[in-house]
Write a protein that binds this ligand. Structure first.
Ligand SMILES: N[C@@H](CCC(=O)N[C@@H](CS)C(=O)NCC(=O)O)C(=O)O
Length: 228
């Protein structure tokens, strides 16, 4: 096995999920920080590797894979001892792929629509419709989980480790209540019991949420989510 290097920043949910999957598989990845706050993702060397200037990027023995979702599938295909996290069976694999695309196109984008305002606006305020849209994406997850214990079926897959990092990152804008989201809350609890969860998601997510609150406090005088 060659040397694996994950380029990114653990404040990012897309980065955290790669470390969660690596831990589940039992492999080590070196962590090379690309500081988004300092704009290191726009450095020419990084832009050469990833013209989309986003993290994570996985370096495997001199080859680069960009996009967190592609990295998760790659890690399992190449390094896992079996296919349970990303089944080879075409139907089961399609179920996992669907959930990964759901994260990429819906869940994560709706979170990003809100979180970007914290960085880009002088006085960040948040449209109610964008908060509703994030909640709507939780509604979809609640529905997925009403039929099966994990997002893509009876067993945990990379889709769960991916989406849980995104969903827990939304806590500042759209906190999850057990009353409204019993299945989703239970799923998060079950994933939180994983031995590597604290280290790969909870700790850095808490730091991410504090980081956002810090910027809001600096810009708005408090960390409240002002809705309009
Ligand atoms: N679909 C991509 C999204 C990557 C992404 O947007 N990453 C964010 C951090 S969570 C980023 O690097 N943003 C900086 C930028 O887009 O310039 C993935 O899963 O890797």
């Amino acid at each position: 096995m060659g040397k694996l290097i994950l380029h990114g920043m653990k404040l990012s949910p897309c980065v955290r999920s790669t470390f969660a999957v690596a831990s589940e598989i039992g492999i080590e990845m070196e962590y090379k920080i690309v500081d988004l706050i300092k704009g290191e993702n726009f450095n020419p060397e990084f832009m050469e590797i990833n013209p989309v200037h986003a993290v994570p990027v996985l370096e495997d023995d001199g080859k680069y894979i960009i996009d967190g979702h592609a990295i998760l599938s790659y890690l399992v295909d190449k390094y896992a001892k079996d296919d349970s996290l990303y089944p080879k069976d075409p139907f089961q694999r399609a179920m996992v792929d669907q959930r990964l695309h759901f994260d990429s196109g819906i869940l994560y984008m709706r979170l990003r629509n809100l979180s970007m305002r914290v960085y880009t606006e002088d006085h960040p305020k948040f449209p109610q419709k964008d908060i509703d849209a994030l909640y709507q994406s939780y509604d979809y997850v609640e529905k997925f989980l009403s039929k099966q214990p994990f997002l893509a079926g009876d067993k945990m897959t990379i889709a769960d480790l991916c989406c849980v990092c995104t969903i827990t990152s939304g806590a500042l804008f759209a906190p999850i209540s057990e009353e409204r989201y019993p299945k989703l809350s239970d799923w998060i609890k079950r994933l939180s019991d994983l031995p590597y969860y604290e280290e790969t998601n909870a700790k850095d997510n808490a730091e991410y949420l504090e980081f956002l609150k810090g910027i809001l406090t600096q810009k708005n005088g408090n960390a409240n989510i002002e809705v309009y």
